[in-house]
Design a protein around this ligand. Structure first.
Ligand code: AMP
Ligand code: MG
Length: 418
């Protein structure tokens, strides 16, 4: 496992700004070094261990973009329709026939290689045939029209994807087009996940009158799976800091990250904080973010721990803004910042200065055709239905204290946070 020092996150202040938190995490966690080879079909979401270089131009050969008739550029009709004899036929997958001579045309189909000599293709819809079977080509077509030159998409030797890139379906398509059958990727990050709380029971177990079913562990596991983590589900721990400390120490031995939810506030039953302090080092636990302020970061025997708050919405938001960057750093992934979409607010809202807030919002088209963000009507950090009913989060920066309808706000779709 990657090892980090106990005090690497040390911080003396009160509430840590979210950007500072994310930058600190990214700078302190180093990527796993092990590399493995995966078949291309299993590469979705994996992190490239080295840059991908084109060992082939794309397209690999010059070919026709349409079904039609190919001619030499020098023969193109300038002012009047001109008749050409058909000298041959070339279909996709066939080798190009012998060179086309001046004044001749060749029947050609989409994807077929261009024979030597010709460089321009007339679409079949634009030509006609005379009584003796000759093809009448209209004037006005530009030399090179309807042809896809070799290498126009990707040049031979071009670096198409950088090391650290997380493979998406379109990247896998590009790799396949270049002839790759497998890729070298960083190994998956091993993450141990716990829920905590005397009141939390697993769905399917007996639920007492003052208990609720664990939703966080399922949400977090699904988010971790999207980040291609190897997940160890360690269930639910009761609020007993000695027991939690034992479990954390055990998990630290064989994981790259420990992720917990619940038990990081200041209440007496908030045992995760105390457990981290006894099993390792607690490094910060208050981040200037709403929802989600209490977030614990710790190091246990060299393994980082992130303790998310128990309220499901707070857990979701802090996963997206703190745990996700940490996981991507451990995975060796490049992290282009999520690009918010500027949008008109259709709500009013007041907030405290000095804290970043994320407002659950839906997007709708207004009467003028512009898109606007509407706020979920209630604010509780425990309202799971608010995450289900909305499309993303409006990000309100530390300096903002008031939003009015018509203001421009920054919207982050949920898809950009997973
Ligand atoms: P805590 O952070 O432990 O103080 O918990 C805050 C709130 O989140 C409490 O109402 C908990 O019951 C609730 N909660 C904690 N853990 C979970 C969980 N795994 N699933 C659903 N709700 C939870
Ligand atoms: Mg609790």
């Amino acid at each position: 496992m990657a090892q980090i020092s106990d005090d690497c996150f040390a911080f003396g202040g009160q509430m840590r700004p979210i950007d500072e938190t994310a930058a600190l995490i990214a700078s302190k966690l180093s990527a796993v070094e092990e590399v493995e080879t995966v078949p291309l079909l299993l590469a979705d979401g994996r992190v490239l261990a080295k840059k991908m270089v084109a060992s082939l131009p794309l397209p690999p050969f010059t070919n026709s973009a349409v079904d039609g008739y190919a001619v030499r550029g020098a023969d193109l009709p300038q002012t009047v329709e001109t008749a050409f004899a058909v000298a041959g036929r070339v279909q996709a997958g066939m080798a190009a026939n012998e060179p086309v001579r001046p004044g001749q045309t060749v029947r050609i189909f989409t994807g077929a290689p261009m024979p030597d000599g010709v460089d321009t293709v007339f679409m079949q819809e634009d030509v006609s045939i005379d009584g003796s079977g000759r093809i009448l080509l209209p004037p006005g077509l530009k030399k090179g029209a309807n042809v896809r030159p070799a290498g126009e998409d990707v040049a031979l030797g071009e670096a198409v994807l950088p090391a650290g890139h997380r493979m998406r379906p379109q990247d896998i398509a590009l790799a396949a087009a270049l002839g790759f059958t497998e890729l070298q990727v960083r190994r998956r990050i091993r993450v141990a996940v716990f829920s905590t709380g005397d009141e939390i029971v697993a769905p399917g177990d007996m639920r007492g009158p003052a208990q609720l079913f664990d939703s966080n562990r399922f949400m977090l596991t699904a988010m971790l799976a999207r980040l291609c983590c190897d997940i160890t589900d360690l269930g639910i721990l009761v609020d007993d800091s000695r027991l939690i400390a034992e479990k954390l120490s055990e998990a630290a031995l064989s994981h790259d990250l420990i992720l917990t939810s619940g038990g990081v506030s200041t209440g007496e039953a908030d045992c995760v904080k105390a457990a981290v302090e006894s099993a390792g080092t607690l490094v910060f636990w208050r981040v200037a973010i709403k929802p989600g302020r209490p977030v614990a970061m710790g190091v246990i025997d060299g393994t980082p721990l992130i303790g998310l708050p128990g309220n499901p919405v707070a857990s979701f938001v802090t996963f997206a803004h703190i745990a996700r960057p940490a996981i991507l750093a451990l995975a060796g992934a490049l992290q282009p910042p999520p690009t918010p979409i500027a949008m008109r607010a259709a709500f009013s809202y007041s907030k405290k200065q000095g804290r970043r807030e994320y407002v659950r919002a839906s997007v709708r088209a207004a009467a003028d055709g512009c898109y606007e963000a509407t706020k979920f009507p209630r604010e509780g950090a425990g309202l799971l239905s608010s995450l289900v009913a909305t499309d993303g989060l409006v990000e309100l920066g530390e300096e903002i204290v008031r939003v009015e309808p018509g203001h421009t706000v920054q919207f982050l779709p949920y898809s950009s946070l997973m």
